[in-house]
Design a protein around this ligand. Structure first.
Ligand code: C5P
Length: 319
């Protein structure tokens, strides 16, 4: 037990020190590619998980909004967006799992536990084949960044990784950007491959995030973090949490807060060594991970030995 507390302390100190390093003013002024307005960090550090979640729900007006047909002028793209929503009106799951891509999942033996969930969310091109013992076999939904959805090496339109599941794609726009400018000039142009995918799979359940939502998530995070954060969009992991909160009673997030298996290997499926994948160099990952800890209701044993945090869905809240 003492070792567990010692490890928890070490992780929190590490995440906080990354956060403070990022907040050094000179660095922020130099690196603001999305032209983000300054937002005051919070001053109340002691909110309960329930209060934090109630405020997140309010900040997002209940859910992460997709790009809708009426947002778009291009007739072809508009036609492809006119389909069923990612989640039906009464679609609800009891237990949901969000599986990170962290190297710490390797040799975790969490696969069977992950597969017990009613819904499993994964990211980008993360495989399950050859990693079943550690990450399970079930995939209900994938969140893809626009690089994975557009670059030929990820094979979005033909790989079996992206078949027969729900898919949500995101691409960032400048903080004060407009949808019309972003639609003409996304960061990575995935619209062609989105249209191709939809034409090949007309019944598929694939949606695009309205990029305004990414900055709402960023602002909530900044307002609930006690020092200034990186001025870049949040990571797919935090978007995944916000996406599922309205649709799940309980969400277990696997290896988002680093467990005792923490490693400098970036992904469980690749030998690449890069410790910034876990504590963050581009996305405000450290702030995200401190938020998960503040929202968590699982024991230290579950978080730091087993490797997941537990977060209550909106339906359980009494705001
Ligand atoms: O690296 P990638 O973006 O594909 O990973 C998906 C998500 O998993 C990230 O957005 C991040 O939230 C989480 N992740 C992590 N630690 C890592 C790698 C990924 O927390 N080492």
């Amino acid at each position: 037990k003492r070792m567990l507390l010692e490890f928890k302390r070490k992780i929190i100190i590490r995440l906080r020190s990354v956060l403070f390093e990022e907040s050094s003013l000179t660095r922020l002024q130099k690196e603001n590619p999305y032209d983000v307005n300054f937002v005051e960090p919070m001053h109340n550090h002691n909110m309960s998980p329930e209060k934090l979640l109630c405020e997140l729900r309010d900040a997002m007006s209940g859910q992460v909004k997709p790009l809708r047909p009426e947002d778009v002028e291009d007739p072809e793209l508009r036609r492809m967006l006119t389909t069923k929503p990612l989640f039906g009106k009464d679609e609800h799951y009891e237990k949901c799992a969000i599986v990170s891509n962290a190297g710490a999942l390797r040799n975790s033996y969490l696969g069977a536990e992950i597969d017990k969930h009613d819904l499993v969310l994964r990211f980008n091109h993360a495989p399950t084949i050859d990693h079943e013992v550690d990450v399970g076999t079930k995939t209900t939904i994938r969140i893809l960044n626009s690089q994975v959805a557009s670059k030929p090496e990820f094979d979005f339109t033909s790989s079996s990784l992206y078949k027969n599941i729900k898919i949500l794609i995101w691409d960032p726009m400048p903080f004060r950007g407009t949808l019309q400018v972003w639609l003409r000039n996304p960061e990575f142009n995935f619209f062609r491959s989105f249209i191709k995918y939809k034409s090949q799979h007309p019944d598929s359940n694939v949606a695009i995030v309205n990029p305004e939502e990414l900055w709402k998530l960023w602002m909530y995070l900044q307002q609930h973090t006690y020092s200034k954060m990186r001025l870049n969009p949040p990571s797919s992991g935090y978007l995944g949490l916000a996406l599922l909160l309205p649709h799940c009673s309980t969400i277990n997030m696997f290896e988002f807060v680093p467990s005792h298996r923490m490693t400098s290997t970036c992904h469980y499926f690749s030998p690449l060594i890069d410790s910034t994948c876990t504590t963050g160099v581009w996305h405000p990952l450290a702030a995200e991970k401190l938020l998960y800890l503040a929202l968590n209701t699982a024991s230290d044993e579950t978080v730091f030995n087993k490797g997941y945090v537990t977060i209550a869905g909106y339906s359980t809240l009494k705001c």
